[in-house]
Design a protein around this ligand. Sequence first.
Ligand SMILES: O=c1nc[nH]c2c1ncn2[C@H]1C[C@H](O)[C@@H](COP(=O)(O)OP(=O)(O)OP(=O)(O)O)O1
Ligand SMILES: [Mg+2]
Length: 202
Amino acid sequence: MTAEKTLVLASGNAGKLKEFDGLLKPLGFDVRPQADFGVHDVEETGLTFVENALLKAREASRVSGLPALADDSGLEVDALHGAPGIYSARFAGEPKSDTRNNEKLLTALADCVEGQRSGRYWCVLVYLRHPDDPVPVIVQRSWEGEILAHPRGEGGFGYDPLFWLPDQNMSVAELSAETKNRLSHRGRALQGLVDLLKVAHG
Ligand SMILES: O=c1nc[nH]c2c1ncn2[C@H]1C[C@H](O)[C@@H](COP(=O)(O)OP(=O)(O)OP(=O)(O)O)O1
Ligand SMILES: [Mg+2]
């Protein structure tokens, strides 16, 4: 029996929190959202996913006094030269809105034909044992797909209704939660992180 390990999840995104819960609970982690400790969203001032994930993890660990796990993620679209990238959550401005972000993405790709709508999700996870941890555990994973011209499906969050998986013949929003966790950038990054934690930190 694995000893239960408590950690704070440095995210205010309900979709991410649900996915992490489903993935980490069966592995014996007691997962606490940052809101439980009154952690506020930090300004994501980094120029890379990893910098932003570090900022989020450090703040959550500092306020909660617990080890922290942060996720900075986003969508990279080739026809848009990598946009929205690290700005995915803020693509259509503040306050953040998945609906407006999806609309903006469709507009930006309006003249882009099928076959030229490739892209990928990125997920960067950072785990800190404490706010001053000099050896963060970092894992980055991507997930290839294509951007649909019309939304499909009700599941997931964010850009999922527009993210098409040719292999599955479905959008991510049409996958079950279990299948998304098994295939996704986040699910696979987390598996990699858990494997590293076993080696790096016992
Ligand atoms: O599996 C995914 N399915 C759909 N969309 C996704 C996914 N993974 C990331 N995304 C999108 C959502 C958001 O537009 C951006 C993440 O932005 P990101 O700053 O990391 O998250 P956030 O601001 O929503 O919450 P927080 O920073 O508190 O973790 O990428
Ligand atoms: Mg964010």
